[in-house]
Design a protein around this ligand. Structure first.
Ligand SMILES: Cc1cc2nc3c(=O)[nH]c(=O)nc-3n(C[C@H](O)[C@H](O)[C@H](O)COP(=O)(O)OP(=O)(O)OC[C@H]3O[C@@H](n4cnc5c(N)ncnc54)[C@H](O)[C@@H]3O)c2cc1C
Ligand code: SF4
Ligand code: SF4
Length: 471
């Protein structure tokens, strides 16, 4: 078993690093962040780690067993947040709705609350600057997005939209340390946890954390995801300049969005759009291009953020293609800001319960609760190191579709990275399809109810033997 001497080295050696950059951004750190061969950020140790520094860094990493849990952090941060739900952690209030004013909603991935909140915090002086993710045109086709610092409204609004793409906080954290002001950080749950853990170790840095806006998170993707989608639309890897992962399509429900890519095709710069349903690899349940860390993560709702925002994947809202957010508020100052904006009709929000929030993320939660319990048990049975989680391992019948589906998700994740790297090397996207399609079909088969499985197999047999296509 490849292990290092510190907890963080164990995280890295066993493939659980998410590339957040907290370890590398610590002063005099021997860690650097680099992009792996499969398009994911990861920490690499480039010089010896002293035991003293090792102890501090073990407390900064969101996957280290030396770090505090999300529960411990949230208890310390939000003692006044008196509601609790197993899906959300502590909270004050939860809402579903959207931004009414301006073009926040149409510019955003969902209801526009992400950019509205950042903008509002800057306008009201509750924060001096925002640390969030924008399109990066400076680093070439294999680094399309990066964290940046915005100080005014126009800059802040450039950050709208979800980037299913690897990013790291390392440069931003170093910038914040060198330029102490009050920042609002936007990030995925593990990144927000890394910021909170850093703040616990560094009181000076803590003064710069004015607010944390967390994004609900299903999982992250490697650069391969964007490249694979663009390749299916005729833009080869290395020729992709920009991608909108959440293009709102007219007259379609919110969950039937599209992807828009810009790049070079046959010597011309082109823009192409397609509904995700027509693109292979966009089924989030299948989890292609997913980092290993995401299969060992139990924070879906960014439980350490002052406010978490996501999509309202609920029957009442999903039909509205303009996009609707869920909002889980833990900090009094955010609650006041949002309530005031509702009174002046700048926002339309409806109070929802913790159960409603959980229902809006049922697939992500099932994967990171029951699914995680099963994966933890399988990892333990294999005698492999893994990070400690708030979810307890639970073994299941290895022949059950549920356990086989969890195993297949791991295989799909691993195969997607390896097969896409080979497809790129050989310039042959069909190699990727040929490797993944049989696994994807098996996964779909296991996801069906027993009756549907029998019917699907019957249809396949009829097709095979009679050439007759059943509708
Ligand atoms: C990798 C990923 C997985 C997600 N999974 C889910 C999910 O399973 N369920 C769900 O309900 N919602 C999920 N979301 C959140 C969802 O896609 C929307 O971002 C959210 O609903 C906010 O939409 P909005 O219109 O309010 O925000 P917008 O106005 O579009 O603003 C989005 C904000 O998020 C920031 N941002 C975008 N990408 C990243 C990133 N990679 N890292 C850090 N900050 C980023 C932008 O800089 C901007 O500040 C995910 C987002 C990401 C990036
Ligand atoms: S997850 Fe973050 S803190 Fe942990 S090793 Fe990776 S980059 Fe460092
Ligand atoms: S699933 Fe968890 S580990 Fe993966 S990016 Fe999201 S919050 Fe981080």
């Amino acid at each position: 078993m490849p292990t290092g001497s510190s907890q963080v080295e164990r995280v890295i050696a066993n493939g659980y690093c998410i590339g957040c950059g907290a370890c590398a951004a610590w002063p005099n750190s021997p860690f650097k962040i680099s992009m792996s061969s499969v398009g994911l950020y990861e920490a690499v140790r480039v010089s010896p780690l002293s035991p003293e520094l090792g102890e501090i860094i073990d407390r900064l990493c969101p996957f280290s067993n030396g770090a505090e849990t999300e529960d411990a952090l949230a208890n310390a941060l939000f003692p006044g947040a008196d509601q609790h739900h197993p899906a959300t952690g502590r909270f004050l209030a939860a809402y579903a709705g959207h931004v009414e004013e301006g073009s926040f909603r149409s510019d955003g991935s969902s209801g526009g609350m992400g950019t509205w909140l950042v903008n509002e915090l800057l306008l009201t002086g509750m924060a001096d600057a925002a640390v969030h993710v924008v399109a990066d045109t400076t680093r070439g086709a294999d680094r399309l997005f990066a964290y940046t610092v915005s100080t005014d409204s126009a800059e802040a609004r450039r950050a709208a939209k979800s980037r299913y793409y690897p990013v790291t906080l390392v440069d931003a954290l170093e910038f914040v340390r060198a330029n102490p002001r009050r920042y609002v950080f936007v990030g995925l749950p593990c990144f927000i946890k890394a910021i909170r853990l850093t703040a616990r170790q560094d009181p000076e840095f803590a003064k710069s954390v004015a607010m944390c806006v967390g994004l609900v998170c299903g999982h992250l993707k490697s650069t391969g995801f964007a490249e694979c989608v663009a390749w299916q639309l005729g833009i080869l890897p290395g020729q992709l300049y920009g991608i909108d992962f959440r293009k709102k399509l007219p007259n379609r429900p919110a969950n039937q969005y599209g992807v828009e890519v810009q790049g070079r095709c046959d010597g011309r710069v082109v823009t192409k759009t397609a509904p995700v349903k027509q693109l292979f690899g966009c089924d989030w349940g299948m989890g292609l291009f997913k980092p290993k860390a995401c299969d060992y993560c139990d924070d879906v709702l960014a439980e350490t953020a002052d406010v978490s925002i996501g999509d309202a994947w609920l029957p009442d809202y999903v039909t509205d293609g303009r996009g609707t957010n869920i909002l889980v508020i833990r900090s009094q100052s955010i609650l006041k800001l949002v309530e005031a904006a509702c009174r002046s009709d700048r926002l339309t929000l409806r109070v929802i319960s913790g159960d409603d929030v959980a229902a809006s993320q049922s697939s992500g939660l099932a994967h990171r609760r029951q699914g995680l319990a099963c994966r933890l048990s399988l990892t333990d049975q294999a005698g492999e190191w893994r990070p400690r989680k708030r979810v307890a391992p639970l073994s299941g019948d290895p022949r059950s579709p549920f356990v086989r589906r969890q195993q297949l998700r791991t295989t799909l994740r691993e195969t997607s990275h390896a097969a896409f790297a080979k497809a790129k090397e050989g310039g042959n996207l069909h190699f990727f399809f040929n490797q993944l399609m049989p696994l994807a079909e098996r996964y779909q088969d296991l996801s069906r109810t027993p009756l549907r499985r029998i019917f699907a197999r019957f249809r396949a047999r009829v097709r095979q033997f009679s050439g007759y296509r059943l509708r």
